[in-house]
Design a protein around this ligand. Structure first.
Ligand code: SAM
Length: 326
C-alpha cells in the first residue's frame, strides 16, 4: 500500500493519454495551443509498463483522461490491455463525449467500467461559445450510448463560468429528476496562462447551490453531504439522480485525496494544483529497472503535497489543465 508522509493511502492513478483535444474549452486552454510532439509522449508499451508497475505497488483505481482520451490512437486496445492487468479493480474514463456514440460499446466490451462526461450546458449556442468547437447534440448522443453500453452510473461534469453558463446549473440539475445520473458542478481552478480568466470568472459552489435551490427546491444532503470521490452529494426531492459539487477552490478536500496523476509526457504529478512532479519517462527510456522506477514512484508518493495553495494565491504555472489530465 503506498502511503504518503501524512498517512494517506495513495491508490488512485489518473492517466492522461494525450494532451490533444478535439475541443478548445475557454476555461481549459487557449485556442491556439501548441501540443507536444508525439515522440515526447508515452508510447503504448511505455504506458502499459508504467500502468503494470503502479498495480504492483498497490494502485487499484484507474481513470483515463486527457486532453481528450478518445482521440488517442488504439484507444480500445489500450483500454483492453489496462483492464486485464491483475490488480486493476476500477477503470473509468473522463471524456467530452463527442466520440462516445461510436466508441461507448467497444470501450465497454474492452473492459471500461464507467464514464464521466463533460457537458457544461444543454444550450447549443452557449455550448459552442464555451467549447469554441463543439456540438452539444453529439455529446448528448454519446451519453445515451454510454448508458446503453452499461458504462454506469453515468456521471456528468460541468465547469461553471461567470458570463457563460451560470444560469445553466438549473437545467443541468433538472436532468437528475428524470435520469439516475450524477450531475457534478465544478468550481473553476486556475492554471498557468489561463489563470487570470479562471480566477476572475469563477463561480462558487455555494452560489451554484443557491441558484438551483431557488428554482428547483431544497437540495437534500445524501448521507449527510458525504464526499463521493471529490463531489459532495445532494438530491432534489423526487430526484432519480444526485447533484454533486466539486468545490476544490472554496472547500478543498485535500485530507481525503488519494490521487496521483500520470501526465501524457510521463511525469507523475502528486497534486493537480502544485507544480511538483517526478519524471518517469526519462529514466524509463534510459533503461531504469522496474525496481528503480518503483522507488521513484514511492519517493513521489512520500512527497505528495498536503494540499493546494490557492488560499495563499499560489497558482501552478508549469502546466494548464489539459496537459495534466483533470
Ligand atoms: N477532455 C475530457 C473532458 O472534457 O472531460 C477530459 C479532460 S478534461 C481536462 C477533465 C475535466 O476537467 C473536465 O470535466 C473539464 O471540464 C475539467 N476542467 C478543465 N479545465 C478546468 C478548470 N480550469 N477548472 C476546473 N475543471 C476544469
Amino acid at each position: 500500500m503506498p502511503l504518503d508522509r501524512f498517512g494517506r493511502d495513495i491508490n488512485y492513478l489518473r492517466i492522461s493519454l494525450t494532451d490533444r483535444c478535439n475541443l478548445r474549452c475557454v476555461y481549459c486552454m487557449p485556442e491556439d495551443i501548441q501540443f507536444r510532439p508525439r515522440p515526447e509522449l508515452l508510447q503504448d508499451d511505455e504506458l502499459l509498463t508504467l500502468a503494470r508497475l503502479f498495480t504492483e505497488l498497490g494502485f487499484h483505481k484507474f481513470r483515463l483522461t486527457g486532453g481528450e482520451p478518445t482521440v488517442r490512437a488504439h484507444i480500445v486496445d489500450l483500454v483492453r490491455e489496462i483492464a486485464r492487468l491483475p490488480g486493476v479493480r476500477s477503470l473509468s474514463m473522463t471524456t467530452n463525449g463527442l466520440l462516445l456514440k461510436s466508441l461507448a460499446r467497444p470501450l465497454a466490451e474492452a473492459g471500461l467500467q464507467r464514464v464521466n462526461v463533460s457537458i457544461d450546458t444543454l444550450d447549443p449556442v452557449k455550448f459552442k461559445r464555451l467549447t469554441r468547437w463543439g456540438d452539444v447534440q453529439d455529446v448528448w448522443e454519446g451519453i445515451v450510448e454510454a448508458e446503453k453500453a452499461g458504462l454506469t452510473p453515468i456521471k456528468l461534469n460541468a465547469v461553471i463560468v461567470r458570463g457563460y453558463n451560470e444560469e445553466d446549473v438549473v437545467d443541468l440539475a433538472n436532468l437528475t429528476l428524470y435520469h439516475p445520473w450524477q450531475m457534478r458542478f465544478i468550481e473553476m481552478m486556475p492554471f498557468g496562462e489561463v489563470a487570470e480568466f479562471q480566477q476572475s470568472q469563477v463561480i462558487t459552489a455555494q452560489a451554484m447551490r443557491q441558484r438551483i435551490e431557488a428554482q428547483l427546491g431544497t437540495l437534500i444532503p445524501v448521507d449527510g453531504g458525504r464526499l463521493d470521490g471529490e463531489a459532495r452529494l445532494y438530491r432534489l426531492a423526487e430526484g432519480l439522480g444526485d447533484v454533486g459539487f466539486i468545490s476544490s477552490v472554496t472547500e478543498p478536500f485535500c485530507a481525503s485525496c488519494n490521487r496521483a496523476r500520470l501526465t501524457a509526457d510521463g511525469k507523475l504529478r502528486m497534486c493537480l494544483l502544485r507544480e511538483y512532479e517526478m519524471d518517469l519517462l526519462t529514466p524509463l527510456r534510459a533503461g531504469a529497472t522496474l525496481s528503480e522506477l518503483k522507488e521513484l514512484v514511492l519517493t513521489a508518493v512520500h512527497h505528495k503535497p498536503w494540499g493546494h495553495g490557492l488560499a495563499h494565491n499560489i497558482v501552478p504555472m508549469n502546466r494548464i489543465m489539459s496537459e495534466i489530465g483533470g
